[in-house]
Design a protein around this ligand. Structure first.
Ligand code: NAP
Length: 302
């Protein structure tokens, strides 16, 4: 990843007059029963959009909806819906997309937020590498592929995908130079990205992963996010003329379950920036960008 510039947008005042959306604007957020996903749903629903809160556990999902309605005061004002979605399970993705298509049929914003990491902050075990790759890379990829035909084609607003990734998945964390060169190539393909993650899993199974130059910190998680960043770039290039914008956002070290409550800021703070990115006015919305943190924020090419 080539760091290019500090982004004035990330330290500018919150959303204001540039409202392009309405209650007909439909946003899906994955993994939204808690943490940054929950706060993102809150921010988007409070802004007046129709928001689909998804979670893998039905009870946790409905509880989140109930909490949002209670916190809002007049919960009936919120255009909020819950659907079950386990992004690590292709059958669940299929069932969700099929139901969503019947109920809504069109989509404006997809925030791929759901993810897992099984490490304590200073640990680096790859014991759960397969589930990490399946959830954090294949999950968003399969969901995007299934939802692609439903993104609204509009001249006045741009459909958008915001993938919540991590600076741990920046290309400069990759120490294997051949792999780095492949990922940075202008002609990078989906097949090459899948080949990379499959090779990583193979290395893990053979017990050789430590000597192959993969990222050093939270290795399985970093590979999953690196792959998602790379896939986002492939998509951004492919759809640049079709009105679909694809960007990534690293929320920084945030106090959530994933970090066992440690971090420099709250999920609400992170979601405030995430929601502003998801709601950028069409004329300001780039594609193929990686927004990192926010104090100060950095934006680079993916
Ligand atoms: N916190 C940080 O410092 C930090 C830094 C950089 C990037 N991020 C990224 O920010 C995003 C949100 O993370 P967070 O910090 O808010 O973590 P979190 O509090 O652990 O929330 C993760 C969410 O993902 C859900 N999830 C996990 N596996 C799922 C699956 N298979 N299907 C559907 N949902 C699933 C969890 O549901 P359950 O409650 O059912 O487990 C939960 O709702 C992630 O993409 C993460 O990688 C976080």
């Amino acid at each position: 990843m080539e760091v290019k510039e500090h982004d004035p947008f990330l330290s500018s005042p919150p959303l204001s007059s540039s409202r392009w959306w309405s209650k007909e604007t439909v946003a899906i957020v994955t993994g939204a029963n808690k943490g940054i996903g929950f706060s993102l749903v809150k921010r988007l629903a409070d802004s007046g959009l129709t928001v689909i809160l998804t979670a893998r556990d039905v009870e946790r999902g409905y509880k989140a909806i109930e909490q949002l309605r209670n916190e809002h005061g007049d919960g009936d004002d919120l255009h909020l819906h819950f659907y079950r979605l386990d992004v690590s399970d292709p059958a669940s993705i299929k069932a969700f997309v099929s139901q969503f298509e019947k109920d809504f049929g069109v989509l404006d914003i997809l925030v791929n937020n759901a993810a897992v990491s099984f490490n304590e902050i200073h640990e680096n075990s790859v014991e759960h590498a397969e589930i990490v790759i399946k959830t954090n890379f294949y999950g968003p990829k399969l969901l995007i592929e299934a939802l692609l035909p439903m993104f609204r084609q509009s001249t006045s607003a741009c459909s958008r995908i915001l993938n919540i990734t991590s600076r741990l998945g920046s290309i400069n964390k990759m120490r294997n130079s051949k792999m780095k060169e492949m990922v940075l190539s202008e002609n990078l393909s989906e097949e090459q990205i899948e080949w990379m993650v499959n090779l990583f899993i193979e290395n893990v199974k053979k017990g050789t992963w430590k000597s192959q130059g993969w990222p050093e910190i939270w290795t399985d998680y970093a590979v999953s996010k690196l792959a998602l960043n790379a896939y986002s770039r492939v998509l951004a290039t492919r759809y640049k003329d079709c009105g679909l914008r694809v960007n990534c956002f690293c929320p920084g070290f945030t106090q959530t379950s994933m970090t066992r409550g440690k971090g420099t800021h709250t999920a609400t703070d992170a979601a405030e920036v995430g929601a502003r990115l998801a709601l950028l006015p069409p004329h300001q919305l780039p594609t193929g960008k990686f927004y990192i943190g926010f104090s100060p924020g950095i934006v680079s090419k993916l």
